[in-house]
Design a protein around this ligand. Structure first.
Ligand code: NAG
Ligand code: NAG
Ligand code: NAG
Length: 579
């Protein structure tokens, strides 16, 4: 197996950079009046939207322009109403079945017509709260009233069970915060968000300040993850910041901000010079552990939130831009590879390995999780912001508006989206959970596997490997949505429509809801009876936005958290930056 990939030597995980201070110190400015204007505008918009719905109850949100900031130069792409409304219909097919069978339960099993909770202690609104902002964006007034009433009357966090810190933050806290904003500041959502935030806060009471993986919401106690030896994944520690920072901004409780920001300072102090980070870190010492480096599970949203923290505070915190730029250069240098035959660009993984003389080396593995497909859109968004020479680049950007890094990242993002689309070239048109790319000397029989990529372990007449499943994941449509907004290129709407049709054809359960499929290369499909909450919070939301008028939630004014909950950009009102 000597030839399995190029063996690369890289600096060991124990090498630290000196944290030279680039923290920008932004004082509170006259942000409040603007915020009020924006909020008033949004309120008016919400009202207009609901009124319009009364007149045409079957339609989603009518064509409209968000008033306010910087729309003067953004060309608007009009809605593709038929496709947009088809996505709304799909959402209702999912939501109404959940509501009928499992309202209030954390998770939904559409074939058994039942729900289940994450712990025995009872539900925490996982599915309801994750879906509310999509309901608002789609203008579904009746569904909104029922979901809101459930939050007001039934949602409780007094649950004596261990909940995943990261998942609870991105889905429930993130969902409450965006519902608060999009509902025109309905206080019920902020009260619940504040309560949940305060219950999660004890996870940061560790020696280093990095969070523990689990939180007992009733006892308000952080709990280490015994399955991973008490380690926390890098993405879990570094994907709480948009939520806690926005909560701090709304409540003026700086401690939320400080705890979340401190995590980034600790991670930065422990980072490798390459800008790449291993997927595990210990929350006691705040040190990275020797572990794989990848843009897939446990690594992905670390990179996503570097950019989004920079964007969230209106590009004022330069420390995140610097971390982001370094990380993207690390990815370009070490992880961007090309397939054997048609040169598909993909993002490889590095796995730590002892060499014969005991030194640490890194083995390159040509494996790409579906999760990595978020990166295409993220690179393009980064190119037009962090990598831009002007504040308002054209759509699509022209080369003289981008830095060299911006141009490089833009092109990589465009190509990566095409690769992600190529992984939909399966019997169902759905992409697998994990794709492996062909490399020289990989020992694969060229007559048995396709020339570019394959699903590892897939054999005719054998049970499908885990890698072969599609669990309604959003990452490719997320990137397609961003790419469409930044280019206006109709090919992205075609891509999204093809994926939507494959979901409709193979995942839709006639009695209501959508299920995961266990093998994307088998027709008719076999189901796994689970409708992940991100179908309604992410996949269908991004598809809706892809076909909606482009002035709905403009990328200049919103950052989407990693669960697709849009949060408004703001100028920070507390002193920020590491010191
Ligand atoms: C989930 O938790 C809620 C709240 O405690 C409870 O009402 C519901 O019955 C639970 N669902 C299941 C399937 O146990
Ligand atoms: C950028 O914005 C300015 C006004 O703020 C405008 O004059 C200029 O044309 C815009 N540039 C582009 C490329 O749209
Ligand atoms: C972001 O900063 C620009 C100036 O660079 C300002 O015009 C704009 O209003 C700010 N946006 C928000 C939401 O504060």
């Amino acid at each position: 197996m000597e030839e399995l990939g190029v063996r690369q030597r890289k600096k060991a995980a124990t090498e630290f950079t000196n944290g030279h201070d680039t923290g920008s110190e932004t004082k509170s400015g006259p942000a409040f009046p603007k915020v009020y204007i924006l909020l008033a505008a949004l309120l008016a918009l919400a009202l207009y939207n609901f009124l319009a719905l009364v007149k045409s109850p079957l339609l989603g949100a009518p064509t409209r322009h968000l008033p306010g900031v910087r729309t003067h130069y953004v060309p608007t792409f009009t809605a593709d109403e038929a496709k947009r409304d088809a996505v709304v219909e799909a959402f209702k097919h999912a939501w109404l079945a959940y509501e009928r069978d499992a309202m209030g339960d954390d998770e939904y099993h559409p074939i058994a017509h039942t729900g289940s909770n994450l712990t025995k202690a009872g539900g925490i609104g996982y599915t309801v709260v994750d879906s509310i902002d999509t309901i608002i964006i789609m203008g579904l007034e009746d569904e909104y009233q029922r979901a809101r009433a459930w939050v007001a009357d039934k949602l409780s966090f007094e649950r004596d069970g261990n909940f995943n810190t990261f998942e609870t933050t991105i889905r429930v806290l993130g969902g409450l915060l965006s519902a608060y904003h999009l509902s025109g500041d309905d206080p019920v959502f902020l009260e619940k968000a504040q309560e949940l935030g305060s219950r999660i806060l004890p996870v940061f009471e560790t020696e280093s300040g990095l969070p523990l993986s689990l939180i007992n919401l009733a006892l308000r106690e952080g709990v280490p993850d015994r399955d991973n030896g008490g380690l926390i994944s890098t993405a879990e520690a570094s994907t709480l910041q948009l939520e806690f920072r926005y909560l701090a901004y709304l409540t003026d409780e700086d401690t939320y901000w400080e705890k979340a920001e401190n995590v980034m300072a600790v991670l930065r102090a422990s980072a490798m010079t390459s800008g790449l980070v291993p997927i595990f870190v210990d929350s006691k010492m705040g040190r990275y552990q020797t572990s794989p480096i990848r843009l897939g599970s446990r690594g992905d949203s670390y990179y996503e939130y570097l950019l989004k923290q920079y964007l969230q505070t209106n590009q004022t915190e330069l420390v995140y831009r610097e971390m982001y730029d370094t990380a993207m250069t690390g990815i370009q240098t070490h992880l961007v590879k090309r397939g054997l035959s048609s040169q598909l660009l993909y993002i490889a993984e590095l796995n730590p390995e002892r060499t014969q003389n005991g030194e640490l080396g890194w083995r390159l593995t040509p494996k790409q999780d579906h999760l990595v497909c978020f990166l295409g859109g993220s690179l393009m968004l980064g190119a037009t912001t962090s990598g831009a020479l002007t504040h308002n680049v054209s759509i699509p950007p022209s080369t003289d508006e981008l830095t060299n890094q911006g141009k490089r990242d833009w092109l990589t993002g465009v190509e990566l989206i095409d690769t992600c689309m190529a992984t939909h070239d399966t019997q169902t048109g759905l992409a697998p959970e994990i794709a492996h790319f062909r490399i020289l000397g990989d020992g694969m029989d060229g007559s048995m596997v396709p020339a570019d990529w394959y699903i590892k372990g897939a054999r005719p007449n054998a049970p499908p490997p885990f890698d072969a499943r599609y669990i309604l994941r959003p990452e490719t449509v997320e990137s397609i949505f961003i790419a469409f907004r930044l280019t206006g290129d109709p090919k992205y709407r075609d891509y999204g429509w093809a994926i939507f049709q494959a979901i409709e054809k193979h995942c839709r359960i006639p009695t209501g809801g959508y299920a995961s499929v266990i093998n994307v290369d088998q027709v008719p499909v076999e189901y796994d009876d689970k409708m992940e909450t991100f179908l309604m919070s992410e996949t269908l939301k991004y598809l809706y936005l892809l076909f909606a008028d482009s002035s709905v939630l403009p990328l200049n004014d919103y950052v989407f958290n990693t669960e697709a909950h849009p949060l408004p950009v703001f100028n920070p009102t507390i002193r920020t930056g590491f010191s």
